[in-house]
Ligand binder design. Structure first.
Ligand code: SF4
Length: 512
């Protein structure tokens, strides 16, 4: 679809505003792709978006006209003209915000319905109410802001505020000389149809596993030395991937021994390991995890419908999930998270309800309800597989919320993804006292995350200004094994950054 910026009044080149315009285009009309012709075609043709900025003595405005199939709607958002004289970054923020709201007005007028998350396009909707409450607003005010300014639906706004409260609770416990820890293990027994992660099928990459464990050991050792030298600590930890329990009990022992021996884990309040696929879980591995102080695992059925599991390329049955869960009880009690996905191809509302009942019946501490995302690179997008219609996904989620609440679960973190069916969300639900702080820290970017292993992204978070530096470890196991220099340099940068931050926070606490 053509997006055309009228030529006048823009502070700097209007091309800077392509990004917010594209975000709204993809949110409102997911199948459309933006086009920027050199010349304005006559009356925009049948489909197009025209965006104009006008500036009067007191008020400036952004107007957006959306034209589709011969129908046309307008949206206008006004703001004080002197906002355009502020520093560049603030002007960018003001104009982008107005552009998105005006685009949303026009787009929804054309569609004839609102979106669950209104004009919000980012993956972290909880950040807004968290910030609002940190700035002194009440939960009610934060919710009203989401509903009125961003036109978020009341149930979603309430959900975001509930998660913001959990984020604020966790934030209180964080210190400047701490980092969260992520360890990546990019192997799985087989590849699921909806997977776009870096996971390699272990049957094809078996020869990489042992060298990978050795390389990971070396990276943990280096990170441990750097952190200890600087008196930095790990606050919470998560081992994901991939499926870490694809490793043997001996390999898990080796990696976790390195964590214990080298990393400053004394203050680590929780350590979760993904044991996502029941076909990788054995009594030996669970025992090893427990012996190394892992206090939560994640077993991820996604669905308890055997035909859906099979269609998704999961080489296990629902009965194996029940067995794995029973086995894990002996080691972890109920401290298990279980992931579900709403909207999987071939699933139905009735099937999803059966899944919910069976998963709740297994009594895990946490249940995370995902909405299917059709990610680039997954077999689902490349080959076939019609996901459930957005209306069915909506019905599945509408069913899940009261089911989970009634069983004693409360939402504690949420995020959205690109290409989600129906533009919904993924929500983590937890029983009282069992929230996974790592999920909150990572998703709300409350603290730096030190990532080790292939595909890990170290995020260095400056809580004072919200700025984030990202340092990517190589994505694939093979590449990871060949990139020691890059990996070790990133660890040094991370340690230096956190040391400076720790000093600054300590200085502020002392009033120096
Ligand atoms: S278990 Fe997770 S990481 Fe592994 S193939 Fe399936 S979706 Fe991908």
């Amino acid at each position: 679809m053509i997006i055309w910026f009228t030529e006048h009044n823009w502070p700097w080149n209007p091309e800077r505003y392509r990004f917010p315009a594209e975000q709204m285009l993809l949110t409102l009309f997911p199948g459309e792709r933006p086009e920027y012709p050199d010349e304005l075609p006559e009356s925009l043709g049948e489909r197009g978006v025209m965006i104009a900025l006008s500036r009067g003595p007191k008020k400036a405005s952004i107007s957006v006209m959306v034209k589709m199939d011969g129908r046309c709607r307008n949206g206008v958002v006004r703001f004080p003209s002197d906002k355009l004289d502020e520093p560049q970054e603030q002007v960018y923020h003001t104009v982008s915000h107005a552009l998105k709201q005006a685009f949303y007005q026009a787009g929804t007028a054309l569609l004839g319905y609102e979106l669950p998350w209104g004009s919000l396009t980012g993956v972290r909707p909880v950040k807004l109410p968290t910030r609002a409450m940190l700035a002194g607003k009440t939960a009610k005010q934060a919710q009203r802001e989401l509903e009125k300014v961003y036109r978020v639906s009341p149930p979603r706004a309430a959900l975001a505020v509930e998660c913001a409260k959990s984020a604020l609770d966790v934030k209180k416990s964080l210190a400047g000389n701490e980092m969260a820890l992520y360890i990546g293990v990019p192997f799985c027994p087989t590849r699921c149809a909806y997977c776009s992660f870096i996971s390699a099928d272990v049957k094809r990459s078996l020869s990489l596993v042992e060298p990978y464990v050795d390389a990971l050991y070396r990276e943990i050792e280096l990170a441990g030395r750097l952190l200890r030298e600087r008196e930095l600590h790990i606050s919470c930890a998560y081992m994901g991937g991939g499926t870490p329990t694809t490793l043997s009990a001996e390999q898990l022992h080796k990696v976790l021994s390195a964590v214990e021996n080298f990393l400053p884990m004394e203050r680590c309040s929780e350590f979760t390991v993904e044991a996502g696929r029941p076909d990788t879980i054995t009594a030996d591995k669970l025992k090893t995890l427990r012996e190394h102080g892992i206090h939560r695992i994640s077993i991820n059925p996604q669905t308890m419908e055997d035909d859906v599991l099979q269609a998704m390329g999961r080489a296990h049955t629902a009965a194996e999930i029940v067995e794995a869960m029973a086995l894990s009880k002996g080691h972890f009690g109920g401290m298990v998270n279980m992931d579900l996905i709403a909207g999987l191809p071939t699933d139905t509302l009735e099937g999803f309800e059966r899944t919910l009942e069976r998963v709740i019946g297994m009594d895990p501490a946490n249940i995370t309800v995902h909405t299917l995302a059709l990610k680039k690179g997954s077999r689902l997008t490349e080959e076939s597989g019609e996901p459930c219609a957005p209306e069915t996904v909506e019905a599945m989620l509408a069913l899940a919320w009261p089911y989970l609440r009634e069983a004693g679960y409360r939402p504690y973190y949420l995020y959205r993804q690109k290409y989600m069916s129906g533009s919904f969300e993924n929500v983590g639900w937890a029983r009282t006292g069992t929230v996974c702080a790592y999920n909150i820290v990572m998703m709300e970017e409350l603290q730096s995350v030190l990532s080790l292993g292939a595909g890990g992204i170290t995020k260095l978070v400056d809580p004072d200004n919200g700025q984030i530096i990202r340092l990517n470890n190589p994505k694939y196991a093979k590449e990871y094994l060949e990139s020691w220099e890059k990996i070790s340099a990133a660890k040094q940068t991370a340690a230096d950054f956190q040391t400076a931050l720790a000093r600054r926070t300590q200085g502020a606490a002392c009033g120096s």
